[in-house]
Design a protein. Structure first.
Length: 209
C-alpha cells in the first residue's frame, strides 16, 4: 500500500489548444498560445486518466504573462481599462493574505508589500491599491492555500515562481527565515502544484541573489 501511494497521484497537465495574435496588455501586439490545464490521474508521473479541467489561460509568447481567456477580446482603443496579468493579481493577494494572517495589517506592512511588489512584478503599486486588495481579501474570506489552488489553472511556471518569490520575500522580511516560514513555503508550493525539487531551486536562487 505504501508503495502504491508513492507512485500514484494526480497532477495538472498543461497543453496548448490554440494559437494566434492578440493585444498583450503588458507588451502590445504579440503572438499568443491558449492553454488548458487538466488534472490527470498519473502512475509513475505518467498522466493516464484525464480528470477535471483546472482552467484555461492565454500566454503571451513575447513576455510570458498569462491572462484569463477574455483578454483575447481586449481592444486597447475601445477599453482604456488596465488588464492585470494573473501573476500580478496573485502576488498582491498572496502578500496581503500573508500579512493578514495575524488579523491586522499596519502601515509598515503596506509599505513592505509595495516594495516587494515593485521588486518582483517590476511595476509600482499605489498605497490605495494595496488597501483595496486588503478589503477584497477580507471580503473573499479564503485562506492563502485555498486561494493559490484556485490559480493553478491560470498560471504558467513563471507566474507561479514569481508568486513564490514574493511570498518568500514577505516571509523573510523580518530577517527571520526559520522552520515555520520554511513550512509555509512548502505549503504554498503544494497549493500551486510546484514540485518540491522546483521549489527548492527557486528558493535557492532567491537566497543566492
Ligand atoms: Zn506580452
Amino acid at each position: 500500500m505504501a508503495i502504491y501511494l508513492i507512485f500514484c497521484g494526480t497532477h495538472g497537465v498543461t497543453y496548448t489548444t490554440d494559437r494566434g495574435v492578440f493585444h498583450c496588455p503588458s507588451c502590445g501586439r504579440q503572438p499568443y498560445e491558449k492553454k488548458r490545464v487538466r488534472r490527470f490521474f498519473s502512475l509513475f508521473s505518467i498522466p493516464l486518466v484525464p480528470l477535471g479541467l483546472l482552467g484555461e489561460y492565454v500566454e503571451c509568447s513575447q513576455c510570458g504573462d498569462t491572462y484569463r481567456p477574455d483578454v483575447l477580446d481586449f481592444d486597447p482603443e475601445v477599453a482604456k481599462r488596465e488588464v492585470e496579468a494573473e501573476f500580478q493579481a496573485g502576488i498582491k493577494r498572496t502578500m496581503v493574505l500573508m500579512c493578514l494572517a495575524d488579523g491586522v495589517i499596519d502601515d509598515k506592512e503596506v509599505a513592505e508589500i509595495r516594495r516587494i511588489y515593485t521588486e518582483v512584478a517590476g511595476k509600482e503599486i499605489a498605497e490605495s491599491q494595496v488597501w483595496d486588495e486588503i478589503a477584497r481579501a477580507r471580503e473573499d474570506g479564503r485562506q492563502l492555500t485555498e486561494y493559490l489552488s484556485s490559480l493553478v489553472g491560470v498560471l504558467n511556471d513563471r507566474g507561479k515562481e514569481l508568486i513564490i518569490r514574493a511570498a518568500f520575500l514577505v516571509a523573510a522580511s523580518d530577517g527571520d527565515f526559520q522552520e515555520p516560514e520554511q513550512h509555509l513555503m512548502v505549503e504554498l508550493g503544494e497549493a500551486l502544484e510546484v514540485s518540491s525539487a522546483r521549489l527548492r531551486s527557486v528558493l535557492g536562487s532567491i537566497a543566492e541573489a
